[in-house]
Design a protein around this ligand. Structure first.
Ligand SMILES: Nc1ncnc2c1ncn2[C@@H]1O[C@H](COP(=O)(O)OP(=O)(O)OP(=O)(O)O)[C@@H](O)[C@H]1O
Ligand SMILES: [Mg+2]
Length: 225
């Protein structure tokens, strides 16, 4: 992993057809190595849109996004996909696991895409699953796991590559408060160990408080909270 990591959004505006006001309005924002950021905001304020733009899954209508000083707007889809695989992980509110694959197979997937060594990939996936308390669930399929366990597997899958950045969109939104906190704490521990930056979108103020910086997304702008 490269030690240098930075994403800069510069004057990003995002319009969607059918909406008369931009969802993001001339928004500038930086994410640095290991940084832990929470983004709050009401439903429809543009939080998921912002994460998609940070990850290069969607492009700004105006302005640009720099990844390590590289303009993401100039990258081919292939290059962008490779960059994501190497540097960025995602965790969504619902787990998006592949139902026909076991926990360990799901977690190995981002490593398999890189065509690495099977045994090394297996051991790395096992290590991360163990850290998240799933050492005894390696061969279980998603339907054999509780909601919280499935979310842990999804977190393990996002973390297994030791990415520079994880974008987490309501990662514990389906869980009760106590479980959400427990799972989030092990997520943060792992992120500290891997020096992974986190941008967390959440409605849960107690999770947001665990992050170094809090922002509110409103009227297309991020404000320090
Ligand atoms: N592909 C799209 N086409 C048109 N409009 C879109 C598209 N994606 C999002 N929007 C609109 O942009 C606005 C912001 O959506 P977004 O999903 O980013 O909100 P959010 O803050 O994540 O909300 P929530 O908290 O409910 O998840 C909404 O009004 C939504 O309808
Ligand atoms: Mg959303």
């Amino acid at each position: 992993m490269n030690n240098f990591f930075q994403i800069n959004l510069k004057n990003v505006t995002k319009n969607f057809e059918g909406l008369d006001v931009p969802v993001l309005k001339n928004l500038s924002f930086n994410i640095n190595a290991s940084e832990k950021v929470a983004i709050l905001g009401s439903s429809g304020s543009g939080k998921s849109t912002l994460l998609h733009i940070i990850a290069g899954l969607d492009s700004p209508s105006d302005g640009k996004v720099l990844f390590n000083n590289l303009d993401m707007g100039n990258l081919s889809d292939n290059k962008m996909a490779k960059l994501r695989n190497q540097h960025i992980g995602f965790v969504y509110q619902s787990h998006h696991l592949l139902n026909d694959f076991s926990s360990i197979e799901n977690v190995m997937m981002p490593l398999t895409v890189r065509r690495g060594d099977y045994l090394e990939d297996f051991n790395q996936a096992k290590k991360v699953l163990k850290k998240l308390g799933l050492g005894k669930r390696l061969n279980h399929f998603p339907h054999q796991l509780s909601g919280g366990e499935r979310q842990r597997v999804a977190i393990a899958r996002a973390m297994v590559t030791a990415p520079d950045l994880i974008l987490a969109d309501e990662p514990t939104g389906n869980l009760d408060h106590k479980n959400a906190n427990l799972i989030f704490d092990s997520f943060l521990e792992l992120a500290d160990e891997f020096k992974t930056a986190i941008v967390l979108v959440t409605h849960d103020l107690s999770l947001a408080k665990k992050m170094k910086k809090n922002y509110l997304l409103a009227s297309g702008k991020l404000k320090s909270n």
